[in-house]
Every structure is written in C-alpha cells, then in structure tokens.
Design a protein around this ligand. Sequence first.
Ligand code: 8YV
Length: 313
Amino acid sequence: MKNVDILSVGPFYPPSFEPMERDFTVHKLWQAKDRGALIAEVGGRIRGIQTTGGHGADAKLMDALPKLEIISCFGVGVDAVDLDAARQRGVIVTNTPDVLNECVADLAMGLTVATLRRISLGDRYVRAGSWLKGALPLAQKVGGKTMGILGYGRIGKAIAKRAEAFGMRIVYHGRKPQAGVAHKYYASLTEMARDCDVLMVICPGGAATYRLVNAEVLAALGPEGTLINVARGSVVDETALVKALADGRLGAAGLDVFESEPKVPEALFAMDQVVLQPHVGSATHETRKAMGDLTVDNLRAHFSGKPVLTPVA
Ligand code: 8YV
C-alpha cells in the first residue's frame, strides 16, 4: 500500500504511527513549516486523512484533496470532523469506539472519587506541610450518592458499572429512554440535575450538545452538587460554570476537558473544590495503542478493498 498517500493531520501513539508509515506514504501536516505549501504539493495525490479527535478535518481541507476517500480519526469523538462535508463528498469517516471505554470510565470514576474526597487537595495539603498545623476539613462520602449520567452510551454504561460498585445510584438523561435499562430516565436534564449529587457528562460534543449544561442546569445541581466532565468542553457553558463555582452556587467540579483546551480558565486554578486534568481520559499506553492500531487498521481495510472496521454512522 506504499502507493497510497495519506495526510497525517495530527500525531498519535508512536508505536502505532510507525507501522502506518511503513505501510503507506505518509505526509505529516503537523511537521510542515508551511502547511499550505505541503497541501499544494501533495494534495492532488492524497487518498486518506489520518486525524485525531482534537485536530479533526474541515471542509476546506477536504476541498484541497480531490482524491480523498477516507478520514480515519484517532479518537471516538468526531465533533471536530465536518461529517456533513465528508458525506457530501462521499468520504468515509472512521473513529475508535469501544477500545477506550474502560480507560475513560476509570478516569471518570477517579475524578468522581477525587473530587468528592478532595484527593488532590489532600495531596497539596501534605506537600505544603499544612498537616502539621491541623487536619484537612472533612469531605463527602461517595457511596449512597446519586450519579446522573448525561449520555448513557457505551462509555456511560462503563462508568455506571464502576459507580454502582462504589454504592452509587444511577439515573440518566439522553435524547430518549433506552430499552432494557433499569435505571430511571429523565426527559429533562435540569430535573435530573436537581435530583442527583453528581452530574457526569459523557455525551458526544458538537452542535447538538453545545452548552447543554448551562447556568440553569448548574443551578439545579446546586451548592451540594458536583459536575464531572470527561466528554467535551463545549457541552458545558464554561463561563457559567466558573461563575457558579466562584459564587458557591455549584459545589465542586472534576474536569478533564475544556472549551479552548489546552487553555483553562485561570479562575479555576485557585479553587480547592475543583480537580483539573489535561484531557487524559484515554491516555494510557494500552488504550492509546489499541486506538492507534484501530486507526491504521481502518486505513488498511479500506485500501485493501475491504469494509472499514468502525465507520461513523
Ligand atoms: C483523545 C478523545 O484524547 O476519543 C476521544 O474522543 O477525546 C480522546 O480519546 C483524542 O481523540 C485525541 O485527540
């Protein structure tokens, strides 16, 4: 498949990236000093894009690649890929579902426990020598709390399994109730937020969920409530979130994703009730390898004339 030219828009796990470079002729846009010049030079030959959830692919890029057949995305979230533009051009889009469920769910549960039990604060407390002056103020118990899951898909279900093992009660909100699910369904996100202690955000990003968690939802979650976001920063109104935390109208937050990451609102840095992570839900060697291999296997399947493994519906 060395005669197939692939445009790599963003890098991914090197042990999976290197085999892609062996199998295909890969042009690295992320290394190009002059991106326009690289596209002008090789654009006419490119048959596949490899991108990442963060880098995506827009219509302008697709227009510059007249022979484009497939966009293989490293990541399950494809909100940064213009799916309509791909569909209009007959371009297949693939992503990396399932292989990251466990790791993202682990981080989601870790953030839940870390936020309720103030683990990061406790760590800072010991390091600063504050323990010598007195005990850390008490935290909140995890067991017995209700977790409301926004986006009860594959990762949401993996989170629910973990939360139940910690003794939490699960309820969920999505576009519609799911058949065969025993947990209580809420048609209204605000009503669910009012009834739960922890609001877990794990729905896809994009226009349909843009700022779904707004000031009203945060107010319903309330001063004793905790928001955990392991989905996309765009799902939460970040300005409203920072304000609600600062005013004490929202209790606490555990955040792995942000609206303009890697830029994080600086007001959050000084807040002890907040646990911050640099978008690391899937960031383990094992999962990044599985995601990387699947990204390349989709390209291999397509260019050997086989159906891709994980097309985006
Ligand atoms: C990745 C993600 O960090 O899968 C996703 O949607 O957000 C993460 O697993 C991201 O895709 C890498 O750019």
